[in-house]
Ligand binder design. Structure first.
Ligand code: SF4
Length: 638
């Protein structure tokens, strides 16, 4: 058996490990971050449950920390009170980025984790099955200890050889993205094997698992070994080590071989993480801003490598370099060992530990500017500047380029820090709050609005196509997350006004005037972050069905959780729909109940299209009831 299936098998509660079939697994740990967490906790509250049913649940505050108005602080206080009521660990703002903190403090080999953030797979570096999901799925996991998913197939990525100096973990995953693309991992687990693994530190592996999310993968996983033990020792958690690896004759559904010795520094060009080329192809490109940090590249080793390059040098006059360490422990260590001073002396701006520029909370680049970032995503507009070009690189390339003032991989010999010393961590626990009092009164500030509830499925559904879009519509297109909107994640009516504003500024008006309707999309609809609001907002606007050539995994689940039909169509089906025409889904309720094709009719022309909606039994109940919250009782309390 491969490692992924070993961990899944040990947690299997329903179903069999047959790719494509529905399964239910037991969950050991959950995490939320504030921008998805407010809604997840509103949903947990709506379930009227008690203490969480998992070993460890953590509520992080890392996305929304600007506090330019009362809204952010209202959300933080709401989350803190819910955490206390349900026995959830609360991580205060300033403690760091959720995935870095989860890895440092709570990750354990062989355990399962589900988190309301698409980069939850970061902890796959620790030999965990760690999956990103919508907030409602995480709320259900907290309430019941269970998570439902489609059993993924497993792709083996076999690493051989040893990477050269200046080639980093980021370059490995960028190379894999170049080969497999942003769709290459959909409904798959990426399992890493081979002798090349031994040369990768635990945090190198975390960078690779983190950006497995960009492949669209369900998750990624590494076996555990001496490097895992070394990291756990560094964290003072040696006793958590357990060896986990695949059997020698393990079976996989696909295989990809990567010889690490052939790799070179890579860069992903705007506006997709798989638009990858070698840095040398763009050597000399003028840049304006450099950002080092995010859950992808903010480990102690990443920071130390960047500091070594910056030490005794000066950031180019026209470049703004900003650095956000991944956790308060890392920041404390950098301040004690002098690396922080090296960064500041070079001219770097130090941000508080959190997501910051990665999620567009500050440090928006120059208009039409070029920003080099060590983050994982470079979708158009995510930085806060719609016409900026964001390029994704390793911390080493970022630091070097900041000094030179242009993109470069021409390193000098004295910049090398191949092996970062495994200094014991200065563990900072003062940002973690562990309280439990079931009598706690939940704080609800004026920014917090009720969760939208879907409608039960009717016999026919009639409405207009209020939007027709192309391929690769991301959750950020559906509900943007710039610094002005992030404080409204618990206020769906306000967010709705900005839905699809990046692709069609009339969408909200049309959806309101028509009392909802349908959306038609292309390939990979709903890619990108796990943003549940990309389904909550359409639910609030009464969008009843979305027809698309294909759906991203998490978004499809979020739509079903909200009672919205995610119907897959082919190119002929795509051409069948015209924006603003009126359609009716005939006998849709009966069709769903009986697993029969759904017939769509154009009300004007009477032309029809036969479509298919394949639903697992549990999904069917949710669609019929108008979403998971309405279906909780029927699903037996979960
Ligand atoms: Fe935060 Fe960016 Fe990581 Fe998301 S991808 S958790 S916004 S650092």
């Amino acid at each position: 058996m491969n490692l992924a299936y070993k961990v899944l098998q040990a947690h299997l509660k329903e179903g069999e490990l047959i790719p494509g079939t529905p399964i239910c697994i037991g969950i050991d740990q959950t995490l939320t971050q504030d921008s998805t967490g407010t809604m997840a906790y509103l949903q947990l509250e709506a379930m009227d449950t008690g203490k969480v049913a998992v070993e460890k649940a953590v509520a992080y505050i890392d996305h929304n920390m600007l506090q330019t108005g009362f809204e952010n602080m209202d959300d933080h206080e709401f989350i803190r009170s819910v955490a206390k009521k349900h026995g959830i660990t609360f991580s205060k703002p300033g403690n760091g980025v959720c995935h870095q903190l989860q890895l440092e403090n709570f990750s354990k080999p062989g355990k399962t984790l589900v988190g309301s953030d698409s980069h939850t797979p970061t902890c796959g570096a620790m030999g965990m099955i760690a999956i990103g999901a919508g907030g409602l799925d995480v709320a259900v996991a907290m309430a019941t200890g269970k998570y439902y998913l489609q059993c993924p197939s497993v792709i083996q990525v076999n690493l051989t050889g040893k990477k050269a100096s200046w080639v980093s973990a980021k370059d490995i995953i960028l190379k894999i993205l170049q080969i497999l693309s942003v769709k290459g991992g959909v409904n798959k687990i990426v399992e890493y094997t081979g002798e090349g693994i031994a040369s990768l530190s635990l945090t190198d592996r975390a960078t690779i698992c983190n950006m497995g999310a960009e492949l669209g993968a369900t998750t990624s996983i590494f076996p555990t070994d001496e490097r895992t033990l070394e990291y756990l020792k560094q964290q003072g958690r040696e006793e958590d080590y357990v060896e986990f690896k695949a059997d020698a004759d393990a079976k996989y559904d696909e295989r990809l071989d990567i010889d690490l010795s052939t790799l070179e520094p890579m860069v992903a060009k705007p506006h997709s993480p798989d638009a990858v080329v070698a840095v040398k192809e763009l050597e000399g490109m003028h840049i304006h801003q450099v950002v080092i940090g995010s859950c992808t590249n903010s480990s102690f080793a990443d920071m130390m490598r960047a500091a070594k390059i910056l030490k005794g040098r000066k950031v180019a006059d026209h470049v703004s370099l900003v650095i956000a360490p991944g956790s308060s422990s890392i920041l404390a260590m950098l301040s004690q060992n002098g690396a922080l001073a090296d960064m500041i002396h070079a001219g770097a701006r130090i941000l508080e530990c959190g997501c910051g520029p990665c999620i567009g909370m500050g440090q928006a680049p120059l208009s039409q500017g070029i920003s080099l970032r060590t983050i994982n995503r470079n979708f158009k507009g995510r930085s806060g500047t719609n016409d900026a070009g964001v390029y994704l690189v390793s911390p080493e390339v970022a630091a070097l380029s900041a000094i030179k003032g242009y993109l470069s991989c021409q390193f000098e010999d004295d910049m090398s820090l191949d092996e970062v010393p495994m200094t014991p961590f200065i563990k900072n626990q003062n940002f973690f709050i562990d309280e439990y009092d079931p009598q706690t009164e939940v704080y609800m500030g004026p920014n917090i609005k009720p969760v939208p509830r879907g409608e039960k499925l009717n016999d026919d559904i009639q409405g207009k196509v209020v939007l027709k879009v192309g391929d690769n519509i991301s959750t950020d297109h559906i509900v943007p997350s710039d610094s002005k909107l992030l404080p409204f994640r618990s206020n769906v009516p306000h967010l709705a006004k900005f839905a699809f504003s990046k692709v069609d500024d009339q969408f909200y008006t049309r959806a309101k005037e028509n009392h909802g309707g349908f959306i038609v999309g292309g390939d990979n609809y709903g890619q990108g972050s796990s943003r549940e609001h990309a389904a909550l907002v359409p639910n609030y606007l009464k969008i009843r069905a979305i027809f698309a050539l294909s759906f991203a995994r998490i978004h499809r689940s979020n739509l079903i959780n909200n009672g919205i039909l995610p119907i897959v169509i082919d190119q002929k089906g795509y051409d069948f729909f015209n924006e603003e025409d009126e359609y009716v889904l005939l006998n849709v309720k009966e069709s769903v109940e009986k697993d029969e094709p759904i017939i769509v009719q154009n009300v004007q022309t009477k032309e029809t299209l036969s479509t298919q909606l394949t639903l697992a039994p549990r999904e069917k109940v949710m669609i019929l009831q108008g979403g998971l919250l309405n279906a909780i009782k029927e699903l037996g309390g979960d």
